[in-house]
Design a protein around this ligand. Structure first.
Ligand code: RP5
Length: 400
C-alpha cells in the first residue's frame, strides 16, 4: 500500500501511525475491510454460486457514507448499492471491498460504479480466486486513475493476516471451489457427553438444545445442499429445512444404495424445497418411478461413493454441502477425503448403551497416532451445549 508515516503522540507513548493517500490510517483500512467482509456475509447462502460481496465507502474525513452488499445472484453489485447510498459524498472517498469484483453481470458494473461516482481509492481484501478474473478489476480501476491497495500485498502483520482471513472465511466455499473438484463440505452432528448420536433404540430427538438446533438452521441456511443417508431417512424422517426467518433453503440430498426408503417421508414433500435422491443404477425401479411421480429427482450412479457424488454436485454448481448423516456415511465421506470441516454439538447428557451409535463409524484406525487432528479449532457455548468446530483439511493458502 502507498503509505506515508506520521508520528502521533498518545497519552502513554509515541506511536507510529501509517497514513495513506486518502488520510486513512492502516488500522482504519483493516477495520473497514473487516466491516466489508462482515456485511457481505449477511446474504450467505443466497449469493451462491457467486461470492459474497460487501462494500463500505469512507470519506477522507473518515466518515462512513455508504454501504452495500450483494443480496443474491443477479441483483445489484455491492459497489453499486454503496455508491447509490453515498451519492455525491463518493467524490474523493475510499471504497473498501472484501473481494476483487468479478464480472458476475458479464460486464464491469462494479468497476464503472466506483469510477463514475468519483471514488479515488479502493482497498481490496483479496484478489478474485478465479484465475480468469483475477486482477481484471484491479487493472481496470488503476487504468481509470484510482489508487488500488490489495490487503497484504505491500504490508504484512498479524492484523493484516486477521483481516485477510475474515475476507477469506466469508467466501471459503467459493475460494475452495476455485481450487477443488468437490464442494466445501461440513459434517455436523450432535452427540451426548458419552459420544452417542442416539439411544440404542435409535431414538435421537433431541440430543442438543433448542438453541443449538437453531444454530443448525443457520448452518443449513448458509449451505447449498444438505445430505443424509437412507438410515437417517428411515430412523428420523427429517425435514432438513432452514426453519428461521427468511433464511435460504438448501436442497436436500439423500444417498441410498438400495433405495429401501419409506413411501411416506417428509423429504418427499417438496412444498418448501426440492429433494434429490442419489442411488445405484438399477436400484428399485418401481420406487424410482414413485419418487419421480412425487417430483423427486433421482440420479443413478454405477458405483455410489461420496467422492463421485461430490464431484457430480460440484459440476452442478454447488459450492457448499452440509452432511447431517449417521456414522456409516460420515466415516465413508471422511475416508473419501470430502469432508473439510466438522461442527460437533456436545450435549451434557449421558445415554450409555453399547449399541448406541456414534457420529463416525469405522475408519480403520487402530492407534491414537492415526487420529485425525482438527485445525483452527473453536469452542463455543450454546445454551447448555458446547459447539466444537474445526477444519479437517488446511484452509486454502492465504497468499494474496
Ligand atoms: C439432524 O437433523 C438429526 O439427526 C435429524 O436427522 C435431523 C432432523 O432435522 P429436522 O427434521 O428437524 O429438519 O441433525
Amino acid at each position: 500500500m502507498a503509505l506515508s508515516f506520521a508520528v502521533v503522540a498518545s497519552s502513554s507513548s509515541i506511536m507510529c501511525k501509517a497514513i495513506n493517500a486518502n488520510n486513512h490510517s492502516h488500522l482504519q483500512d483493516l477495520s473497514y475491510i473487516k466491516r466489508a467482509a462482515l456485511i457481505s456475509d449477511k446474504s450467505a447462502g443466497f449469493t451462491s454460486p457467486h461470492p459474497n460481496f460487501g462494500c463500505v465507502i469512507v470519506t477522507p474525513s473518515v466518515e462512513v457514507v455508504g454501504e452495500g452488499y450483494l443480496y443474491a445472484q443477479g441483483t445489484k453489485p455491492a459497489e453499486v448499492l454503496a455508491v447509490e447510498a453515498a451519492g455525491e459524498r463518493c467524490r474523493g472517498a475510499t471504497a473498501y471491498v472484501n473481494m476483487e469484483p468479478g464480472d458476475c453481470h458479464g460486464d464491469d458494473t462494479a468497476v464503472s460504479a466506483l469510477v463514475q461516482a468519483g471514488i479515488t481509492r479502493a482497498v481490496i481484501g483479496m484478489r478474485h480466486p478465479l484465475q480468469h478474473l483475477r486482477g481484471n478489476a484491479i487493472r481496470a480501476l488503476r487504468s481509470q486513475g484510482l489508487q488500488v491497495d490489495v490487503l497484504g500485498e505491500d504490508m504484512q502483520s498479524k492484523l493484516v493476516e486477521e483481516a485477510r482471513k475474515a475476507c477469506l472465511l466469508v467466501n471459503l466455499p467459493f475460494v475452495h471451489r476455485a481450487a477443488s473438484r468437490v464442494p466445501f463440505s461440513v459434517l455436523k452432528y450432535a452427540m451426548t457427553l458419552d459420544g452417542k448420536i442416539a439411544a440404542s433404540s435409535g431414538h435421537a430427538a433431541w440430543i442438543s438444545s433448542k438453541l443449538s438446533r437453531n444454530r443448525v438452521f443457520e448452518l443449513r441456511g448458509r449451505s447449498d445442499a444438505i445430505i443424509v443417508g437412507g438410515n437417517t431417512v428411515r430412523r428420523d424422517n427429517p425435514r432438513l429445512t432452514a426453519r428461521h426467518g427468511g433464511g435460504h433453503m438448501p436442497i436436500r440430498i439423500v444417498l441410498s444404495q438400495s433405495l429401501d426408503l419409506p413411501e411416506e417421508a417428509n423429504l418427499w414433500d417438496l412444498s418448501d424445497v426440492s429433494t434429490v435422491v442419489v442411488t445405484q443404477r438399477g436400484a428399485r425401479r418401481s420406487f424410482q418411478r414413485y419418487l419421480a411421480s412425487k417430483g423427486v429427482e433421482v440420479v443413478e450412479f454405477d458405483i455410489l461413493n461420496p467422492r463421485d457424488v461430490m464431484e457430480y454436485f460440484h459440476d452442478r454448481g454447488y459450492l457448499s454441502i452440509l452432511w447431517e448423516c449417521g456414522g456409516t456415511l460420515a466415516a465413508s465421506a471422511i475416508s473419501s477425503g470430502v469432508i473439510h470441516k466438522v461442527f460437533a454439538f456436545v450435549a451434557p447428557k449421558i445415554i450409555g448403551g453399547k449399541n448406541a451409535p456414534s457420529p463416525v463409524g469405522e475408519l480403520g484406525m487402530v492407534e491414537m497416532s492415526q487420529a485425525l487432528d482438527l485445525i483452527d479449532v473453536c469452542f463455543e457455548l450454546i445454551g447448555p451445549d458446547m459447539l466444537i468446530s474445526g477444519f479437517l483439511q488446511p484452509i486454502p493458502d492465504l497468499t494474496p
